[in-house]
Design a protein around this ligand. Structure first.
Ligand code: AKG
Ligand code: FE2
Length: 334
């Protein structure tokens, strides 16, 4: 019986894969992406189709669509590199950055690392005072608790209490509740242009701007993305993770399986289960695991098509400022 079920699932996987290539070569997918771009609405069914396309072709069709529709030319990439440096200066002059200056050579090496591994840590940090100011300002804003201690999945509150939280995660949406520092960061356009450069894409649309705290738990929190998974937030996207607290092995470091963002790199048997979270021992077969233990202000950029997770918090708590930039307005939020 088990063998028959396996056979059925292999056949359906092969059929979906074949259909994905037909949809791609007939340019139906290009047409749908063009329509979504024009109207700004992603039909829910179409998003589900895209997820199946990703899992059945192991990311190959996503990569082809990106190259066909959004990739910059070599000349555009060179101009982009200079724009990254100019926007970096804006942020540096405002006093929010400490560490190395940004040069063309550094950007070239960050790009190679990002393309090969899916991740890069910037050679400078967000100034400690700027981090503390975000934490201070945001902790008085309206927000939500996730994985609440009373069993509720999510709960909105007028003012978060970080000393005595009501859930494993406390989160504020910066698009609704900005602060002086987050305004400076967004107005400089530095991360937007850097994301365009690292993705080598014509555009980077801000899709998420949020600050959240993770608090200690006994088991990995699903709402807190504490089991290995990959995101499917568009055609290509880049997440900026800025640690607002010192992050040790015990305070929930971000972890990723380097290289697993590339087409054909994830194990087919994991993808054949669909779009689900997997065990550490399974994800770690698909590349080298990196755990980002680092100090306050550290800035990590990640292509979260890589298997990744926030580790469970054992001691203290971890605050993070996250921005997500996507090259296409296709969305998983309807
Ligand atoms: O908390 C983390 O480090 C991971 C969060 C995550 O999975 C994500 O932002 O996509
Ligand atoms: Fe994620």
């Amino acid at each position: 019986m088990g063998n028959i079920n396996n056979l059925k699932s292999n056949i359906s996987h092969a059929v979906i894969k074949w259909m994905s290539y037909v949809l791609y070569h007939s340019r139906f997918l290009h047409y749908m992406l063009y329509k979504i771009d024009k109207h700004g609405v992603t039909p829910e069914k179409f998003h589900q189709v895209l997820v199946r396309i990703y899992t059945s072709t192991n990311g190959v069709i996503y990569d082809k669509l990106f190259t066909d529709l959004e990739k910059v030319t070599t000349e555009e990439a060179l101009a982009l590199r200079d724009r990254v440096i100019a926007s970096f200066e804006v942020l540096r002059v405002k006093g929010h950055i400490v560490g190395q200056d940004l040069t063309r050579e550094i950007l070239d090496s960050l790009l190679v690392e990002y393309q090969q591994t899916g991740y890069t840590v910037l050679p400078f940090k967000l100034e400690k005072r700027s981090c503390d100011q975000i934490v201070d300002d945001v902790s008085k804003k309206p927000g939500v608790y996730r994985d609440c201690f009373d069993g509720e999945r999510i709960k909105s509150v007028e003012c978060l209490d970080i000393e005595s939280p009501q859930g494993v995660i406390a989160q504020v949406d910066i698009l609704d509740h900005s602060t002086d520092v987050t305004d400076d960061v967004l107005e400089s356009e530095f991360f937007e242009i850097l994301a365009e450069f690292l993705m080598q894409s014509r555009r980077a649309l801000l899709t998420i701007a949020t600050v959240w705290w993770s608090f200690p738990t006994k088991n990995p929190s699903s709402e807190g993305a504490q089991k290995y998974h990959f995101d499917l937030d568009g055609l290509k996207w880049s997440k900026v993770f800025i640690y607002l607290t010192d992050v040790t092995v015990d305070s929930g470091p971000h972890s990723a399986i380097l290289g697993s963002h590339m087409p054909r790199k994830k194990s087919s048997h994991l993808l054949s289960r669909g779009y689900v979270r997997v065990e550490d021992s399974e994800a770690t077969n698909d590349g080298n695991e990196k755990t980002f233990v680092d100090s306050k202000g550290t800035i990590i950029l990640g292509d979260t098509k890589c298997w990744h997770k926030g580790s469970m918090v054992k001691n203290n708590n971890r605050a993070i400022f996250q921005l997500e930039y996507s090259c296409h307005p296709i969305s998983s939020r309807f």
